[in-house]
Design a protein around this ligand. Structure first.
Ligand SMILES: Nc1ncnc2c1ncn2[C@@H]1O[C@H](COP(=O)(O)OP(=O)(O)OP(=O)(O)O)[C@@H](O)[C@H]1O
Ligand SMILES: [Mg+2]
Length: 262
């Protein structure tokens, strides 16, 4: 029988050029922490959560084999259907279902990629990289999270914060070149309502957003310095400046963010 073709899957940064579709499977590089992420994915399968790929094993080339999730991720240039308020709300609902499905998983036997900082380091499992290109959609609705490489013990609000940063998005309008521009606070509210974030979560969201921004910048910068190709390409002086503008925008709009949540 002829081997199925290797089709490159684009959209990511960390594993750029190293993710392939083979038939109904996806092949990705194994990581030192794959034991942990695979245990998490197996737990999600055991509890019947359908919003994540299944772990199928390791192939002859030493890559992880995951199920291919039919649909489309929101890869650049982002299609309009991925930037609608309905798409955003569906991401919030999917994230909530993921947190609920992962709630009974015991992460303590495993080593995770990057520790989430206190006070957001416990209380559940965070996906930690809910970027647009890590969510698979069908018919404009988010159906699965993919790319669990950064998953780790973390508070639900920590994941909501990262999702808000990336999807609202919470950054300087000059750095939003699509229909989401000037709609950040409205979209923040849509996300937290669709997720069903409780009052405590709303109270700590802004702090989580600021910490999450720094946490992710550190990971990318450290990766760039260590020579991770996708990160090194991404972490240009322009990216550094853009991230600094985002930090400033968050500080300057703290009151607006807090008001949008209630
Ligand atoms: N299991 C899957 N099912 C369907 N599509 C997938 C799957 N895994 C990856 N893809 C597609 O391949 C693209 C890149 O995959 P992936 O997110 O694993 O790469 P990455 O480089 O690790 O990303 P990141 O920079 O977010 O860490 C995704 O954006 C998505 O379009
Ligand atoms: Mg990805």
């Amino acid at each position: 029988m002829k081997a199925a073709a290797e089709v490159p899957l684009h959209g990511g940064t960390a594993n750029r050029g190293r993710v392939h579709r083979v038939g109904d499977t996806v092949r990705r590089p194994l990581r030192p922490t794959s034991t942990a992420t695979h245990a998490l994915l197996r737990h999600l399968e055991d509890v019947g959560f359908d919003g994540a790929p299944r772990v199928l094993g390791v192939d002859d080339a030493g890559r992880e084999v995951l199920s291919y999730v039919p649909g489309e991720a929101v890869t650049a240039p982002a299609p309009a259907w991925g930037l609608t308020d309905e798409a955003l709300a569906s991401v919030g609902r999917l994230l909530r279902r993921f947190h609920q499905a992962a709630a009974d998983f015991d992460p303590t036997p495993y080593t995770w990629a990057h520790e989430v900082p206190a006070p957001f380091s416990g209380g559940g499992i965070a996906h930690n990289d809910p970027n647009l290109d890590n969510v698979v959609f069908r018919d404009g609705t988010a159906v699965a999270l993919i790319d669990f490489d950064l998953a780790a013990p973390g508070a639900p609000v920590w994941d909501v914060a990262a999702t808000a940063r990336l999807w609202a998005p919470l950054r300087a309008p000059v750095d939003v070149a699509d229909a989401r521009r000037f709609r950040a606070l409205r979209r923040l509210r849509i996300l937290v309502d669709a997720y069903g974030l409780d009052e405590d979560g709303r109270g700590s969201l802004l702090a989580a957003v600021l910490d999450s921004h720094s946490w992710m910048c550190d990971i990318v910068q450290t990766g760039a310095v260590a020579g991770v190709p996708g990160f090194a390409e991404y972490w240009t002086p322009e990216a550094v400046a853009r991230n600094e503008r985002a930090r400033r925008w968050l500080r300057e709009n703290a009151a607006g963010v807090a008001a949008a949540l209630h």
